[in-house]
Design a protein around this ligand. Structure first.
Ligand code: HEM
Ligand SMILES: [Cu+2]
Length: 632
């Protein structure tokens, strides 16, 4: 398409307005949601590798009876770090931080997140909390009380070192980061959708991120409160959890699982959203039951809040409470079933083309059903009381988190790879990877159901040979290495394709949502012309670049007077104002640095320095707000 001179000038003007600093400082000060997304991507994958190495060491230690690869103390640290890393530093940052950040503004036709600087702050706080936690490991003070860190084990009496302080304070920083990110999504999705994108025209992926963000905003405060209580008990001897002085350790468990169970859905919902993005594209068919699926995504998030007690069936609660929570737990089957049914219907009635992204989604559906079945078994109280804290539980939740939450993320990495890099991955290698990872996952985790039912407790660093758990464990360990081979192949494919893959063009798979309507990779302002939306399948139905190619020429919604994006009403998507967005800034990264340093001082018991950091943070905040540059 020949671009007229007027149009070219407009694009050049946008390029100038949205240009950020080049090089390394550009990455430090960026407020572009796509670059922040990429920072999340790289960082979360580094943590994934760390969590993976921890898992492999554990599996090697457990491969045979009476092994001595690592000692019990190290095993406890590895296990705790693995759980924390995978959940707080890998899955959530990858799904919300990368996929959410990169895709939501593109999918809703906005030019950035609602609060670009807060977005940058979220990333840097996340990085700071991760560095803090891993410096604990490097100093030999990693937390070792398990990812749910039950008191009294986590109290100062039974965990005297600084390991648990690294856990509590590191996760407080991390949860501040996630809370800010979630609030940012709520406002972005509520207010920045392109004109015409009423709620019923919003892509299902964005519904999933919306539901996830609601869950985060309500669930994280419970965790943060718990962590603050814990740290106050450990540092200043307050006694929230100490029975001897009127506290109660169940308070820890209640608050932890009020966060922890919704957390499961926080992990799987973005994955659901990715599935509902990939399936229509590769089956050439609209999602069956679109409104029901949107509703189901919100319901899943809601129900997640009502059932935390099923993690505490072994604590001896009143029978009536246990029955209520067991029954309530099963209700999640309804919205989950709706979604599974809709995914399958779409595939069965469409013309599925099993390319790598869709293969990962099919794998995900199988794992989700399978993990769901063992979940139903666990919701039966007598069964739970038998297998709680055995490898059966480890098998169940890895089927759900690894199989059902991470598989779609892997599929999504392939699916959006051409959008993000502008190049295609190698399809044949992608499919090989899928089979390696799919088989590896089953070989790793299926035998754990059996060792669990044979009575193997979780969180043991070794076991004697006469118990006969050797064969299952050996197979598990082989599977884990096989699985790792698949992931390494994936990394090679994506890294090489990033450099040498064939150019992809804006919409290589024929995707329907708005991110496919702009170039690959998208320009800093996402869209030269703000799209007008009249369908959730924007590029299939009403691509106004085709129906009205002169918009750029006419300057219709080009918004070239500064960092501008339209603000629309939350339900109907009527345009009601033009919003000015902030520019890049050095203050978010500075503030995160000060906060991390302050936290480190608290861990090291240098309270004076910590208070100095609070003062410094106040100065940074003043600078942050006084330094707003004028719109061009
Ligand atoms: C795919 C390769 C993986 C392998 C081989 C693996 C292996 C293990 C092993 C051996 C344990 C220790 C079980 C115990 O001693 O009780 C464990 C625990 C755990 N894993 Fe994984 N895991 C993998 C992936 C993941 C992922 C992707 C997540 C989450 C996103 C995850 C979350 C956890 C959690 C939360 C724990 C519990 C830690 C605790 O009890 O404190 N794992 N895993
Ligand atoms: Cu639960």
């Amino acid at each position: 398409m020949a671009v007229g001179t007027v149009a070219r000038e407009r694009v050049e003007r946008l390029d100038r307005i949205w240009q950020e600093r080049p090089g390394f400082t550009g990455w430090l000060t960026t407020t572009d949601h796509k670059r922040i997304g990429l920072l999340y991507l790289v960082t979360s994958l580094v943590f994934f590798a760390a969590g993976g190495v921890e898992a492999l060491v554990m599996r090697t230690q457990l491969a045979e009876a009476d092994e001595r690869v690592v000692g019990p103390g190290t095993y406890d640290q590895l296990m705790t770090m693995h759980g924390i890393t995978m959940i707080f530093f890998f899955v959530i940052p990858l799904s919300i931080g990368f996929f959410g950040n990169y895709l939501v503004p593109l999918m809703i036709g906005a030019r950035d997140m609602a609060f670009p600087r807060m977005n940058a702050l979220s990333y840097w706080l996340y990085l700071g909390s991760g560095i803090l936690l891993y410096s604990g490991l490097a100093l030999g003070h990693a937390p070792d009380a398990g990812w749910f860190n039950y008191v009294p084990l986590a109290s100062r009496k039974f965990s005297p070192g600084t390991g648990v302080d690294f856990y509590a304070l590191g996760l407080i920083l991390n949860s501040i980061s996630s809370t800010a990110a979630a609030a940012n999504f709520l406002v972005t999705i509520g207010r920045l959708r392109a004109p015409g994108m009423s709620l019923n025209r919003m892509p299902l992926f964005c519904f999933a991120i919306l539901a996830t963000s609601f869950s985060l905003v309500f669930a994280l405060p419970a965790l943060t409160t718990d962590l603050v209580f814990l740290e106050l008990s450990r540092k200043f001897g307050l006694h929230f959890f100490d029975v001897g002085r009127g506290g109660n350790p169940l308070l820890w468990q209640d608050l932890f699982w009020i966060f922890g169970h919704p957390e499961v859905y926080i992990i799987v919902l973005p994955a659901f959203g990715i599935a509902t993005s990939i399936i229509p594209t590769f089956t050439r068919r609209r999602m069956a039951a679109f409104p029901l699926v949107a509703l189901a995504e919100l319901l899943v998030a809601f129900i997640g809040f009502g059932v935390w007690v099923h993690h505490m069936f072994a604590t001896g609660l009143p029978e009536i409470a246990m029955i209520f929570f067991a029954a309530a737990s099963l209700i999640i089957v309804i919205p989950s079933g709706i979604q599974i049914f809709a995914w399958c219907m779409t595939m069965v009635t469409g013309k599925p083309e099993f390319r790598t992204p869709l293969l990962f989604i099919v794998g995900f559906i199988l794992f989700f059903v399978f993990g769901g079945l063992s979940g139903i078994m666990l919701a039966a109280i007598p069964f739970d009381q038998q297998v709680t804290d055995t490898y059966f539980v480890v098998a169940h939740f890895h089927y759900v988190i690894w199989g059902a939450a991470v598989f779609p993320l892997l599929g999504g990495l392939y699916y959006w790879f051409p959008k993000v890099t502008g190049r295609m991955y190698n399809e044949r290698l992608g499919q090989t990877t899928f089979w390696l990872v799919f088989i590896g996952t089953n070989v790793t985790f299926f035998p754990m159901h059996i060792s669990g039912m044979l009575g193997m407790p979780r969180r043991v660093w070794t076991y004697p040979g006469y118990l006969g758990w050797g064969p299952e464990n050996f197979v598990s360990t082989l599977g884990a290495f096989f699985l790792t081979g698949g992931l390494v192949l994936m990394a090679v494919n994506l890294v090489v394709s990033r450099i040498r893959g064939p150019l992809a063009g804006p919409n290589p798979f024929g995707g329907a949502t708005l991110e496919w309507a702009t170039s690959s990779p998208p320009p800093p302002y996402n869209f030269a012309v703000i799209p007008k939306v009249s369908s959730p399948y924007a590029t299939w139905d009403t691509d106004d670049r085709k129906t009205d190619p002169e918009r750029l020429e006419r300057g219709d919604f080009v918004l070239e007077g500064g960092h501008l994006t339209p603000g629309t009403t939350p339900v109907d998507g009527h345009m009601d104002e033009i919003l000015a967005m902030p520019e890049e800034s050095p203050w978010p990264v500075t503030l995160a640095f000060v906060a991390t340093l302050g936290t480190a001082f608290v861990i090291a018991n240098h309270l004076i320095f910590a208070i100095a950091m609070v003062a410094l943070a106040a100065v940074v905040l003043v600078a942050w707000h006084s330094g707003e540059p004028e719109a061009a």
